[in-house]
Design a protein around this ligand. Structure first.
Ligand SMILES: *Cc1c(COP(=O)(O)O)cnc(C)c1O
Length: 381
């Protein structure tokens, strides 16, 4: 068979053809009016996606750079912080915070378990000197979505700022920064924003800016004051990822045209179809709070999970994701994120069915695809 690759992983995601074509054009210089106009257009689009009036800064780094930028601009060595660790990315907040010598109160959750605003309220009462709470909108490792609105409700009544890793969630599930009272929102380019990896986006509320005034961490590349100053001059402090910014303009055009609500609905429908399919196959979800970004599915009894993912990826060229950390071999993940359509999901489900079937797992062949098709037929917009 001719090898044809299908990417259904939670980042990077497939890129719309219009945006791909931009990368083949001759590069332009960034200190030009042409580029400044593009940068400001991207800025407008990103502010719309973030739901904020604040500046959203464009940093040349992967999403994790945006996470580090949040920490070094807000805090000082020894500051007390709370991190909510419900998976690989929530864990990363704790790792970065400890690397910088913060005093970390880490809430460790079982992957896929919920965490409520009331629980956060109690935690903040126990640690009243907390300067910042670090959370994750969509925990990509477990396929979960957290109740950021209720976290923000709690933190807004305290001195602590709420920092949200929305790298995979932005554009896929609601998190209107200003409306909800989120203080720091971090996003990345390679998830629902539908371009290659390489841009981290970050915005600060007024409350967060205030906290930066007392921050004593050394910083240079990630010093957001430099980005703010340059933005006033319609530029960036260092060479921006020019091509990515130009590609981002293209996918933001798509997003603005369909509207952010429709983009959330798109993700919701793909997620519903995926969940219907895996349930029809007799499989179980990992998460009790499944979201719009990726579906994490438990590997059934008697099946070698690592071998399963390997066959789906290597034999069928369908790049679903395996489990990370202690969940390697125990779960697999189907992404429904960014530039993926109904038939990408159907493709992923069929490769999964073919693999399970050859590995001897007992189920009704075709039942997953059928269940997904039923959702799409009903919900097609
Ligand atoms: C992808 C992702 C990140 C960032 O990872 P990078 O590899 O640094 O881009 C952070 N948080 C979440 C929830 C993610 O899905």
């Amino acid at each position: 068979m001719i090898k044809k690759m299908y990417l259904v992983s939670p980042g990077p995601v497939p890129i719309p053809e219009d945006a791909l074509a931009e990368a083949a054009k001759p590069i332009i210089h960034h200190r030009t009016d042409i580029f400044s106009d593009i940068l400001m257009e991207v800025e407008e689009g990103i502010k719309y996606v973030f739901g904020t009036k604040q500046d959203v800064f464009i940093i040349a780094s992967s999403g994790t750079g945006g996470m580090e930028a949040a920490i070094v601009n807000l805090l000082s060595p020894g500051d007390e912080v709370i991190t909510i660790n419900g998976g690989k990315f929530g864990e990363r907040w704790g790792e970065i915070a400890r690397a910088f010598g913060l005093n970390v109160h880490e809430i460790v959750l079982e992957w896929g378990e919920p965490y409520t605003g009331e629980q956060l309220y109690e935690e903040l009462r126990a640690y009243p000197n907390t300067k910042a709470v670090f959370s994750t909108l969509t925990e990509t490792s477990s396929g979960s979505v957290y109740d950021i609105k209720s976290f923000a409700h709690v933190t807004s009544k305290t001195d602590a700022v709420l920092v949200v890793d929305a790298v995979s969630g932005i554009g896929a599930t609601p998190c209107p920064m200003d409306d909800w009272g989120v203080d720091v929102l971090v996003a990345g380019s390679q998830k629902a924003l539908m371009i290659p990896p390489g841009i981290a986006y970050i915005a600060f509320s007024d409350k967060a800016w205030k906290l930066t005034e007392s921050s004593k961490f050394p910083r240079y590349y990630f010093d957001l004051k430099k980005y703010k100053k340059s933005f006033g001059k319609r530029t960036t402090p260092y060479t921006p990822p020019i091509t990515l910014v130009i590609q981002q303009r293209k996918t933001l055009e798509i997003i603005k045209k369909m509207g952010i609500e429709a983009l959330f609905e798109h993700h919701r429908i793909l997620a519903d179809a995926t969940r219907a399919a895996v349930k029809a196959l007799g499989l179980e979800l990992l998460s009790k709070i499944p979201g719009n970004v990726a579906t994490a599915v438990k590997i059934p009894e008697g099946i070698d999970g690592k071998e399963f993912v390997k066959i789906v990826q290597k034999k069928y060229d369908v790049y679903i994701a395996g489990g990370q950390s202690s969940y390697a071999g125990k779960i697999f993940r189907i992404a429904h994120l960014g530039y993926m359509g109904a038939f990408d999901i159907i493709t992923a489900i069929s490769a999964i069915e073919m693999t399970f079937s050859e590995m001897g797992y007992k189920f009704e062949f075709g039942s997953g695809v059928k269940a997904a098709m039923e959702v799409f037929r009903r919900e097609w917009k």
